[in-house]
Design a protein around this ligand. Structure first.
Ligand code: UDP
Ligand code: MG
Length: 321
């Protein structure tokens, strides 16, 4: 829920980011202090196994606006982001990665844009991904093209999780029954008035990526199944084409039989069995993805557990300048 007088919350999910925190604070703090209005920074420690939490506590001693929400275990980027979003209490809520790939200096610009134009959503859009690997750019490009087709034109083609939301938008997200929403799709899906601020994607300031290929694939599978039942229809289409092909083959087989031509048949039979087996397994697997998600949804377990929140000590006065 929002707190009167608190203009801005900045949510930062962090997983093993001890190396980057000092650099982050160095740039984020002046940028936020520069706005000259009350704010809070919600650092979500996503079950880090390094000194992230200790380092954050150290920073908090000199930066009372820093709030630390600690999750009980590593729950993933999206879950951490959600935890932060749901805990944030500002009239506007920005989210940014910890690794300084998104410039914190853009946050005041986003806030300004949202206020002057009465926007509910301001996306940070990457105008240049020169520092990402070619593979990352290619996979990200494919991902966003697919998402635009599924969710609609509202999805910015180069938007990550660097964005600013109004309180109205956050409350709308809260209303959604999903326990583990994919925010970068649900935010455009909500479709409130939005604008964009473009920025150049920088290199990770320190440490290494927390998004190995495995997590990227999981995000893509989650995004697709979250928004579309189209893969399920694949089974129907494969079945229909299979039937058509079979019909032709049956006629051919009967003609061959009538003519008395002996069909050696073994290899074609073998291939057909293999192919059909593979198609059936694929369709079963797809079905399984959805059934599994239904199961998870029915279980309705929380996507994260909050272990502690420094919010219990109310020390969020604006910086004296
Ligand atoms: N992150 C997290 N939990 C995870 C993985 C990542 O909170 O399980 C955070 C991470 O600390 C960072 C953000 O998500 O602030 C984006 O991760 P990263 O920069 O490693 O991803 P990349 O930019 O390489 O896609
Ligand atoms: Mg990064």
């Amino acid at each position: 829920m929002s707190e009167p007088g608190l203009t801005l919350s900045v949510v930062i999910p962090m997983f093993n980011e001890e190396a980057v925190i000092p650099l982050l604070v160095q740039r984020l703090r002046p940028a936020l202090d520069g706005v000259g209005e009350p704010y809070e920074v919600v650092a979500v420690d996503d079950g880090s196994r390094d000194a992230t939490y200790a380092v954050l506590q150290g920073v908090r001693r000199t930066w009372p606006q820093l709030r630390i929400v600690r999750l009980r275990r590593n729950s993933g980027h999206q879950a951490a982001l959600n935890a932060g979003l749901m805990s944030a209490r500002g009239a506007y809520v920005a989210s940014i990665d910890a690794d300084l790939q998104d410039p914190p200096e853009k946050i005041p610009e986003m806030l300004e844009l949202a206020r002057t134009q009465g926007l509910d959503i301001v996306y940070g859009v990457r105008s240049d991904r020169g520092t990402d690997t070619r593979f990352k750019r290619w996979t990200a490009g494919a991902y966003y093209r697919l998402m635009r087709r599924m969710v609609g034109r509202n999805v910015p083609s180069q938007g990550g999780d660097f964005r600013l939301l109004s309180r109205t938008t956050v409350e709308a997200l809260r209303e959604l029954p999903e326990r583990a929403p994919v925010l970068r799709l649900l935010v455009p899906w909500i479709g409130f008035p939005s604008g964009q601020v473009s920025y150049v994607r920088e290199e990770r300031a320190a440490g290494s990526t927390k998004y190995p290929l495995r997590k990227m694939i999981m995000l893509a599978v989650d995004s697709i199944t979250n928004f579309s039942a189209a893969p399920l229809r694949l089974a129907t289409w494969l079945g229909v084409s299979g039937m058509a092909i079979s019909a032709v083959l049956v006629v051919m087989g009967l003609i061959a039989y009538a003519r008395g031509t002996v069909v050696p048949g073994w290899s074609s039979l073998f291939l057909a069995v293999l192919l059909l087996g593979a198609i059936q397994l694929l369709c079963l697997g797809l079905l399984g993805e959805y059934v599994g998600r239904l199961y998870t949804a029915v279980q309705n377990r929380p996507a994260y557990f909050i272990a502690s929140d420094t919010e219990s000590s109310p020390a969020r006065v604006p910086a004296s300048r």
